[in-house]
Design a protein around this ligand. Structure first.
Ligand SMILES: C[S@@+](CC[C@H](N)C(=O)[O-])C[C@H]1O[C@@H](n2cnc3c(N)ncnc32)[C@H](O)[C@@H]1O
Length: 266
């Protein structure tokens, strides 16, 4: 996968902290954990996320990927201010280093914030959660180990309202299980649940095609997919052409009268 973990001291200048690429490249050495950690300066206190590119497996859970940075910013500047998370049960899938989940708990008083990760990466997520204090007016992020191939754990909210995921659609091998996962979760709360999904065509070669394949399957699986306008993020230099955001909802079944009209004319 494409990686942005070349840390350069010149990028730590304050003036460059609002730039996605610069922020991707920004890190400080954490002497306690003897590894680099990224600083997210937009919350109070700022967040600290350990990253370990040297341990990166093919699934990239030890690194913060550009779509996660863009989604975290979207949470901060759109979902939070619009009140879309307030009082909602928020569930982050493939949470990786945990940035998106932590930002949710900072920008809104959610009913709960749950960050899920594959059991192999879960200790990493859990460590990053414990490095960051719970905000005074926020919820503690609950980290839960979950392989989507297994049944949803009982510890996640039974009826999640908002699902979030970044950079989890890059491998067509995972599309079916991921789709089944989100449809199953959304069916528990069919009229309220919404998912915000971010994808980066530049993550790996062929990823624009993987996006199209995923979206086609999502529509076939009964999801309404609409593209999110990321212009304001681009203006903030927090997104770019290769990053795409989508809002997914369960398609509404046809209304009873419409069904009857259809029957009458068929
Ligand atoms: C490229 S990483 C993205 C991490 C994070 N969302 C980000 O953008 O920084 C993909 C994540 O999906 C998770 N993942 C892949 N397959 C999974 C599965 N079957 N169950 C749970 N998580 C899975 C991986 O563990 C990894 O953390």
């Amino acid at each position: 996968m494409k990686a942005f973990f070349f840390f350069k001291m010149s990028y730590t200048e304050q003036a460059e902290l609002t730039d996605l690429r610069a922020l991707c490249a920004m890190g400080v050495y954490d002497y306690t954990h003897t590894m680099w950690s990224r600083v997210w300066p937009f919350t109070s206190p700022p967040l600290r996320l350990l990253e370990d590119p040297s341990r990166s497996n093919n699934d990239g859970g030890y690194i913060l990927w550009p779509p996660a940075l863009a989604l975290a910013k979207y949470v901060e500047v759109v979902l939070g201010p619009l009140g879309r998370l307030e009082g909602r049960h928020v569930l982050v899938l493939g949470a990786g280093c945990g940035l998106v989940s932590l930002v949710c708990s900072h920008v809104s008083l959610c009913a709960s914030v749950t960050a899920c990760e594959h059991p192999a990466i879960f200790p990493w997520l859990s460590q990053n959660m414990s490095l960051n204090p719970t905000p005074e007016k926020g919820r503690k992020v609950q980290a839960v180990p979950w392989d989507w191939n297994d049944r949803p754990p009982l510890t996640i909210p039974s009826r999640p309202d908002v699902l979030l995921a970044a950079d989890v659609t890059y491998n067509p091998k995972y599309h079916d299980v991921f789709l089944l996962t989100i449809v199953t979760l959304m069916q528990r709360n069919p009229y309220e649940s919404v998912m915000y999904l971010f994808h980066d065509d530049a993550s790996i070669p062929g990823n624009a095609r993987h996006r199209t394949i995923f979206l086609t399957k999502a529509r076939q699986a009964g999801l309404d997919v609409s593209k999110i306008d990321l212009e304001n993020l681009v203006a903030l230099r927090f997104s770019e052409e290769s990053i795409h955001g989508y809002e997914l909802k369960l398609m509404k079944p046809p209304k009873k009268e419409e069904e009857e009209t259809v029957k009458a004319f068929s």
